[in-house]
Design a protein around this ligand. Sequence first.
Ligand code: MN3
Length: 241
Amino acid sequence: MSLSRRHAIGLGALLAATAATRAFAQTTPPPPTGPFTLPPLPYAPEKNEPHIDAQTMSLHHDRHHAAYVANLNTAVKDQAAVAALPVQDMLAKLGEMPEAIRAALRNNGGGHANHSMFWAIMGGAGGAPKGELLAAVDRDLGGMDKLKADFNRMGLGQFGSGWVFVTVDRAGKLGLAARPNQDTPLMEGGRVLMGNDVWEHAYYLKYQNRRADYLAAWWNVVNWDAVAGRYGRAKAGTLAL
Ligand code: MN3
């Protein structure tokens, strides 16, 4: 076979494959866009500079969180009863969810819940809480310095990917918890007051492997007014994610 003949066959196969790809794209329905939606970042991506860079914020929100939402919607697209549940209920009853989508709900429902909380409690100027929230930190967590030290130690000690949280119950009692992957205390029916993402995607562009530096800097962007609002909603029984 001549070179040009071989080339022609190769080109023909390539064109056929391209046509097949186009036909597939035309007949595959677009991924579902609901029922879950990506909440907008409640501030500009550069709001947490210099502690968290704008590129990390944009990628983290627009790509990572968006993927959890898209994958969650895909998981529930043929599961009307599950799709109708609020995410926190889905997570609290994971063991009752259809086994075929349980892992997808855990990873992507957890990811959606965790990141929805995460954006909401940043964009601030750090410092310390006031009033009853500060009193609860003093009473339950040994004060702000001890909270930061314990929280950062747990975040640093979380092997691989995961989260570190301050939890809150209906009585307003605070606690600390670390979880792997996208797990959350919501999966035990608990509530999260605030939390930090210790997946490398949350800090690698600016901090590379220096997770401890990221954990220390993160407190400078906490929005304590937003956290106090969550504390009030937790005590009122209206805090969702
Ligand atoms: Mn993340």
